[in-house]
Design a protein around this ligand. Structure first.
Ligand SMILES: Nc1ncnc2c1ncn2[C@@H]1O[C@H](COP(=O)(O)OP(=O)(O)OP(=O)(O)O)[C@@H](O)[C@H]1O
Length: 262
């Protein structure tokens, strides 16, 4: 019996999702504890991004249940799920490129406060929003770039700004879709550290292809193959799991090792 009684931050119960006649998520189960860092890995097309889209409410599920902090969220709109404490980043850039770094963060903060074009409310909230935006800028180490337009940042800085936008509202469950994609090795190393810092004490789920990032960041790894979670365990246990070796890791590790040597 499992003696660990930590509360669950996010739970998937027999989740299924079809696009037309094709079932992409085929009875996925996952139970992530509050404060855990989890990486979701798996072959291309396994359904990793789809799983994120289901958790964040971008797509509706076909059947099953998704719970956030013990409450059902399947069927809710993305903004409702966000206000309940789940925020996600996207593979594709989500920045306002013609706004400054500070304004990007402040927009995200105001949005999370439920600001909806009410001018009196906007004025009342502005001091709080400014303060929170400054805190986030420091956390993502872009305070010295606060007035730079987002389009003039380096690629790695833009990715950091995206993380800032994702955490701006104070969500406790953070979903990051390939946060280090396209970065050099040294940028990736620094970025893993940044992710660790800004998600300290929060629950983190990442979709990730880079095994260095996965093994450097995750407390537990979920392996998704053809829309099913075939393993969910510590990095060591996942690495040693023959089912995972056969379905995915064996070939990926060999490829990444060859690339590192070549
Ligand atoms: N909106 C959609 N409509 C139809 N099919 C979709 C849609 N979104 C995803 N799919 C299909 O679902 C499958 C899983 O896609 P998904 O992007 O979730 O995989 P993934 O594991 O994230 O892949 P990758 O590692 O390549 O990013 C793919 O076959 C994809 O074509």
């Amino acid at each position: 019996m499992n003696a660990d009684t930590s509360p669950l931050a996010i739970e998937l119960r027999d989740v299924r999702k079809s696009f037309g006649k094709t079932e992409i998520i085929r009875g996925a189960h996952l139970a992530v504890k509050a404060g855990e860092r989890v990486a979701i890995i798996g072959p291309n097309g396994a359904g990793k991004s789809t799983l994120f889209n289901l958790m964040s409410g971008r797509f509706g599920i076909t059947s099953g249940e998704i719970l956030l902090n013990g409450k059902r969220i399947d069927g809710l709109a993305p903004y409702e799920i966000n206000r309940m404490g789940l925020a996600r980043s996207f593979q594709v850039s989500n920045l306002f490129t013609r706004l400054s770094v500070f304004e990007n963060i402040r927009c995200a903060v105001l949005w999370s406060m439920g600001y909806r074009y009410a001018f009196w409310k906007f004025l009342a909230d502005l001091d709080d929003a400014n303060e929170r935006a400054e805190q986030v800028l420091e956390m993502i180490k872009l305070d010295r770039k606060r007035d730079v337009l987002a389009m003039n940042l380096t690629y790695a800085e833009q990715r950091a700004l995206e993380i800032g936008i994702t955490i701006a509202g104070g969500a406790q469950v953070i979903l990051l879709d390939e946060p280090t994609a396209g970065m050099s090795k040294s940028e990736t190393r620094r970025f893993i550290q940044l992710i660790r810092e800004v998600t300290e004490g929060k629950t983190l789920l990442t979709v990730e292809h880079d095994m260095g990032v996965v093994f450097g960041l995750a407390d537990r790894i979920a392996v998704l193959v053809y829309g099913e979670v075939i393993a969910f365990d510590t990095p060591e246990a996942v690495r040693a799991n023959p089912k995972v070796q056969e379905a995915y890791l064996g070939s990926v590790l060999a490829e990444q090792q060859a690339a590192a040597q070549g």
